[in-house]
Design a protein around this ligand. Structure first.
Ligand code: HEC
Ligand code: HEC
Length: 336
């Protein structure tokens, strides 16, 4: 649960509500219902169970405990700060509504589509490895070991959210990922993005993107800077950021920005600095060439000539390398 910092109480009605309530307002909004009904014709529409459903579910009480722990880790990942998490995020900072909400990259999808080949690391990944990926990049962290209590609890939570959904579905999944709105005819602009960010977002995320802490407690996450995800994260890509923003922000008002505003703000945010990519080779151009076909990493910022990602700042993590990054697998299998 989060409460709003003082200035917000004035600015936002209903801000003393939990973020979760904001989300359920979204989930039952008219457009969501209409869209779901249309989508059900040719997409997989799945309504994941809630934590309330868990209490009445006919499953072993020990399993319930583990799923509850997984949910707790997902929504308060800060409890692993300094060990597995080195930024200001929880998993639910990006996967809104406990990882259940459509168009906010609901996470149960991974439980029914993996194992599968993943382009990002060029081998077949299972659910644990996908979760480990978000630890290494989005949490600027070091994932818990495969098979550890934390990893088992998180994957149990993901799999339980998928209860009743078919494995390896033959239709596209409704609400998967952070789909971006159409790229506007007029290309995105840094200056317009900055203005729109300051108007619509800085009240919670601060003018300098550092997010908000009160009495050492996390309130709002950091869209850029040391407390944010590192350069290797999916949301550092312009299109993914535009999709996240359009579908989810400002909090509680999804799809209220125009396509143009969402792209402009994404353009502005993805041109700010964040912790170094853990795959950094020591050379920004080489790292960009090897790993960054789809982000702005290594590109020169127009207004001041700064090369994005050209620094040795790994954030709070320092240069501990997450053990899952660059780990080759299945090398003993013959070519076919
Ligand atoms: C900074 C934002 C951010 C944070 C924090 C974050 N993720 Fe993600 N996550 C993403 C993005 C972006 C994707 C890719 C979405 C897409 O398909 O475009 C993703 C994808 C996933 C997927 C795959 C979903 C699918 O459709 O296949 C899983 C599972 C997942 N994340 C779990 C986690 C877990 C567990 C944590 C916490 C340890 C976490 N994420 C933290 C941004 C984040
Ligand atoms: C009312 C406060 C509020 C406003 C206004 C708001 N956000 Fe957020 N934002 C949040 C919260 C809270 C989260 C994390 C979700 C959670 O914890 O449930 C978040 C998450 C995010 C994230 C993913 C995590 C991160 O920090 O990278 C991004 C990016 C983001 N917001 C961008 C924006 C943008 C862009 C705007 C303006 C269009 C905006 N937000 C407006 C409260 C707000």
């Amino acid at each position: 649960m989060i409460t709003c910092p003082r200035p917000l109480v004035l600015a936002l009605t209903g801000c003393s509500l939990t973020v979760g309530i904001g989300i359920s307002v979204y989930a039952t909004s008219v457009f969501a219902q209409e869209e779901r009904a249309d989508a059900a014709l040719n997409q997989l529409v799945h309504e994941p169970p809630t934590m309330e459903d868990l209490e009445s579910a006919d499953i072993h009480p020990e399993l319930k405990k583990v799923i509850r722990y997984g949910h707790d880790l997902f929504t308060n990942t800060q409890q692993l700060r300094g060990e597995n998490v080195f930024n200001d995020m929880n998993c639910s900072s990006c996967h809104l509504g406990e990882g259940r909400v459509p168009f906010s990259a609901p996470v149960w999808t991974a439980a029914i589509t993996l194992p599968d080949f993943r382009g990002k690391n060029q081998h077949v990944n299972n659910l644990e490895e996908r979760i480990a990926g978000c630890f290494a990049y989005s949490m600027n962290g070091v994932p818990p070991e495969y098979g550890s209590d934390e990893m088992l609890a998180l994957s149990a939570y993901h799999q339980w959210l998928a209860t009743g959904a078919p494995m390896y579905p033959d239709k596209p999944i409704y609400g998967r990922g952070f789909p971006a709105p159409e790229e506007p005819a007029e290309g995105p602009s840094y200056a317009r993005g900055e203005t729109a960010y300051q108007e619509n977002c800085s009240i919670c995320h601060q003018e300098n993107g550092a997010g908000h802490y009160e009495n050492d407690e996390y309130v709002f996450p950091a869209p850029w800077g040391d407390g944010s995800n590192n350069w290797g994260a999916g949301i550092a890509r312009l299109e993914t950021m535009a999709g996240f923003i359009y579908q989810n922000m400002p909090l509680g008002q999804p799809r209220s920005l125009s396509d143009q505003q969402a792209w402009d703000i994404a353009y502005y945010i993805t041109r700010q600095e964040r912790p170094q990519d853990p795959r950094y080779t020591g050379d920004v151009a080489e790292t960009a060439e090897r790993f960054h076909g789809r982000s702005l990493y290594g590109q020169t910022r127009e207004h001041d000539g700064h090369v994005l990602g050209d620094h040795d700042n790994f954030g709070e993590k320092g240069d501990i390398k997450p053990w899952n990054v660059g780990m080759p697998r299945f090398e003993n299998l013959s070519e076919e």
